[in-house]
Each structure stands twice: as C-alpha cells, then as structure tokens.
Design a protein around this ligand. Structure first.
Ligand code: NAD
Ligand code: 6OH
Length: 484
C-alpha cells in the first residue's frame, strides 16, 4: 500500500497515526497518510526557522529565482506523476488536471521567480524643515516562517499559489494540505529536492484541522504569518489562533458568486462560459457561479440551453480522457450537496435538470457522484440562493433592469467573484464596477493573469494575493529615511 509521509527538514518522516486517502471516483484506498502530531509540527516549524538563518536566507535574489524556475522544471519533468496523483486524490478528470492544475503549479513558480527579480520598491525625495532633503526608500525582507493551509478542490494549484511567492520573498514554509488530498504536496517535496531548495525551506505536515496538524500549525508561536484558502468558518477559527501573536493573515474563502447575463450577449459563448462557470471541477471551484441572473427576454431560451449543456456533460471515470465531470471529493461532501438538492425542492424550486445521483452500473457507483443540476423558481431569500453549496449546481433567476440585476447579485455576505455577459462593453464596465467583489470577469470566467489582485470581500476573504500583492503579503518592508 502506498504511504504518504510528512516532509520535514529535507526528510520524509512517518508517524504511527495514519489515516486513509480515498479515491472519490470509486471509494478505493489510494494511500495511508502519516498524520503529524504536535511534536512533528514543531519539528517542521523549527526546521523552517533554522533554514532562514542558513543558506536560503543568504542566497542572492537571482539565485533564489533560478531555483524556483528549477522547481517549475521539476514539476514539468514529473508532469504525469503530478497529474496521476491529483486525479487519484480529487477524482477530477485527467483532462482538467493536465490543462489546469499541473501547468498552473509550474506557472506559479515561474511567475513569482520572475517578479521578485524585476520588482522595485517606491522611494521618495523628501523636503525637510531646514530646507534640505531626505531620501526615503524601503527594503524588502522575508516575513520568516509562513504557515500555509490549503483545501482539496485545486490542491496543487492553490498550494503553489502561496508557496511560490512565499519562497520568492525568502521565507521558509510549513504547509498543511487538506486531509482529503495530501499526495501532491508530498510529491512537490521531491521537486524541491531536484531543484536544490535547501532542507527546511519547504516542509509538509499532514493531518486534519481541529486538534490535529492544522490547529497545531496555526497555534504555533514560532510561525510569523498564516495564509489560508478554504471555508469562511475555518478562516474565522484560524484568525482567532493568529490573534494571540498578532500575526498577519491572508484568507481566500468561500463564495456565492453571481453571473449576470444580458439579452445582447453572444448567446452561444455565454452558454458555454456559464456552463464552465457552474460545472468545472464538478462545481468545486470557489469562483463557480451558483447564482445566474438572466434578462427576461432570453430567460427561457437560456434555461433550455444550459439544461442541454448540463445533460450533455460526460460524467464518468476521471481516467477517461473524454470525461468532463468527475465525482465530488468525499461521501461527506456529497451528503452536503445532496442535502441542498433536497432543500431546493422543499424551498419550492423547479428542477430543470439533475437533482440526484447518476447510476453507472459499475464500480463508479461506489464513487461520490451527483448529477449536474439546474434550478429555477426560488426566492432570492431561499437558503439555496444564499449559502455556498460547492457542487455542480446553479439557480437561474430572471431580471428586467440592470439595477435589479446588480442589486440581486450584490445581496450576499460573500464577495469573491462575478461575471457579466454582454456585447455592450460600456455596460460591461459600468456593471463590473458596481460589483461588490474582488474579481469581476466580463464575457469570460476564471481567465487568470497571475499578476492581478486575487481575493474577496466580506465572508470571501481578507487581503489580496497575486503579483505585487503576494510579494507585499509575504514580505516586510523596512523604510529607511536618510537625511541628506
Ligand atoms: P476547509 O476550510 O474545510 O479546509 C481547508 C483546510 O483547512 C484543510 O487543510 C483543513 O484541514 C484545514 N482546517 C480545517 N479546520 C481547521 C482549523 N480549525 N485550524 C486549522 N486548519 C483547519 O475547506 P475545504 O472544505 O477543504 O475547501 C472548500 C472551501 O474552500 C469552500 O468554501 C471554498 O469556497 C473554499 N475555497 C476558497 C478559495 C478562494 O480562493 N477563495 C479557493 C478554494 C476553495
Ligand atoms: C478556488 O477554488 C480557486 C482559486 C483560484 C486561484 O487562487 C487562482 O489563483 O487562480
């Protein structure tokens, strides 16, 4: 049986306590995972502290950047291993892991390696009261040891989105991947070794949240900052842990994202775009649109077209290159999604399509699949319209005026992403600027430029990462004022 170990100070470390890593496509055992106890988490933090004062802390920036490019090379040279590990852990289609997750992991390292070499810092010539001058400039220093906690939906993509800028800024990290998807974090350790990243710079501890590696890491006094992607409630718990040491936090949390479709949109492109926005990764992307607002004159036509898209999605084995939709991550998450499918009916939804579990007649029936689902007819106050479901499901409502659409889209405690679909770009700009979110796409969705600010407002997070925003979070600036 395959086993997945912790990675501490350059060594793979086992532990007596182990837990199962299951394949969501058929419920089979992928590996036994070694859970880090408090002692191992402490060893990882201490290894990271030591690494800061050794070789890594002294490397010139260009050499640090070169090694991060080598991490990207190492990911690319192990491309098939990363894809296989991510597919087995998440159940996502092999086509998706190959085109999104693994290439993005390499791109994350390349982007921040290049950025740290080329980024400047502001300076000011300051007039002084005695009629002379002073020069102000800032220097960038690492934060220290960064604790990184990540979820299961895009495990390698989201982990490297934080590890890459943290290392580019000269920090050492301890990462705690989701208990559901531990494999690629440990595989990344091998890429780190190939790339000559010194021992202790990248450490992995496996385990759960409360009373396990996640909580031990967030409470550890020698962590200097915490960055987290996951549920809003978990963010609140981590914030409490960070409060006692007044540690900086960066949070990318949940969403209940809206898409607004105007009658003048390019109909076919929009149906394709919304289909992706609702169903990609079986709806398990924080950016997914679970609320779709469509202008009345095209409402019926749009609902029909999205129904057809949902029914034509090829659901099946993640290993089949033609599969478009895999299972949900776990039996527990499927129960959560199905509870919303039941609730939608109770709340008076019209089931346009789906709402249940598909049947395959083979081993996939033991997997955690649900049908892609579209609802209409719910009140805006319905729980299914208010709460994040995190499955392949959306509710479509109609609107008459732009103002009404904007008001409905913004009527949420979340505020991660929105998308606007219209041929009228003037309106696209106007509506986009009224969205109460961190990211708005016009005539596209999840189109990423890694230099742009990424994050959410309200329950969707704190802070922004991406480009300079990441460098600013993962470093401290020391402003130096020199009287001339
Ligand atoms: P989760 O919050 O349950 O778990 C995320 C991580 O936190 C896991 O590693 C888990 O072990 C750890 N954890 C849980 N409780 C903890 C605690 N008390 N202390 C320390 N660590 C703890 O999230 P999930 O179910 O893995 O992921 C799904 C959620 O993540 C959804 O809400 C989704 O919207 C959100 N998400 C947000 C973004 C974003 O960029 N905004 C991206 C991906 C996922
Ligand atoms: C959430 O599930 C997706 C987050 C995506 C990113 O953080 C990114 O950088 O693209």
């Amino acid at each position: 049986m395959k086993s997945i170990q912790n990675y501490i100070d350059g060594k793979f470390v086992g532990s007596e306590r182990q837990f199962d890593d299951l394949n969501p496509a058929d419920g089979t055992l992928v590996a036994r995972v070694h859970e880090a106890d408090e002692g191992l988490v402490d060893a990882a933090v201490q290894a990271a502290r030591k690494a800061l004062t050794c070789e890594w802390g002294k490397l010139p920036v260009r050499e640090r950047a070169a090694r991060l490019h080598r991490v990207a090379d190492a990911i690319e040279s192990r491309f098939d291993c990363f894809v296989a590990a991510e597919v087995a852990d998440t159940g996502k289609p092999v086509s998706l892991a190959s085109r999104l997750d693994v290439p993005r992991a390499a791109a994350n390292f390349r982007t921040f390696a290049d950025l740290i070499k080329t980024s400047g810092i502001e300076s000011f010539q300051t007039e002084t009261p005695d009629g002379k001058n002073a020069l102000n400039y800032a220097v960038r220093k690492p934060l220290g040891v960064v604790g990184i906690i990540t979820p299961w939906n895009l495990p390698l993509l989201l982990l490297t989105w934080k590890v890459a800028p943290a290392l580019a800024c000269g920090n050492a990290v301890v990462v705690k991947p989701s208990e559901e998807t531990p494999a690629t974090a440990t595989l990344l350790a091998e890429a780190m070794q190939d790339a000559g990243i010194p021992n202790g710079v990248y450490n992995v501890v496996h385990g759960f949240g409360r009373n396990s590696a996640g909580e031990f890491l967030t409470k550890h006094p020698d962590i200097n900052a915490l960055t987290f992607t996951g549920e809003s409630q978990t963010g609140a718990a981590i914030m409490k842990a960070a409060a006692s040491g007044v540690k900086p936090v960066s949070f990318e949390l949940g969403g209940k994202n809206a898409a607004i479709v105007f009658a003048d949109c390019d109909f076919e492109d929009t149906v394709n775009g919304i289909s992706d926005a609702v169903f990609l990764n079986t709806g398990q992307v924080c950016l997914c649109a679970e609320r779709v607002y469509v202008e009345r004159s095209i409402f019926e036509r749009f609902v029909k077209a999205l129904k057809q898209k949902a029914e034509n999605l090829r659901i099946g084995s993640p290993l089949d290159p033609n599969t478009q939709t895999g299972p949900l991550i776990s039996a527990q998450h499927r129960e959560k999604v199905l509870s919303y499918y039941r609730l939608a009916r109770e709340e008076g939804a019209t089931v346009v399509t789906g709402g249940g579990v598909p049947h395959f007649g083979d081993s996939l029936d033991r997997g955690f699949y649900v049908q892609p689902t579209v609802y209409t007819g719910l009140k805006e106050s319905a729980r299914c319209v208010k709460e994040e479901i995190f499955g392949p499901v959306c509710h479509i409502a109609q609107f008459d005026s732009q103002e009404e659409a904007v008001a409905m889209a913004n009527d949420t405690h979340y505020g991660l992403a929105a998308s606007i679909w219209t041929a009228n770009l003037k309106r696209g700009h106007r509506v986009a600027q009224q969205m109460n979110v961190g990211i708005t796409w016009v005539n596209c969705w999840f189109l990423r430029d890694l230099r742009t600010p990424f994050g959410g407002v309200g329950l969707s997070g704190i802070g922004r990462e991406g480009g300079m925003h990441s460098l600013n979070f993962y470093s401290e600036l020391n402003n130096i004022c020199i009287k001339l």
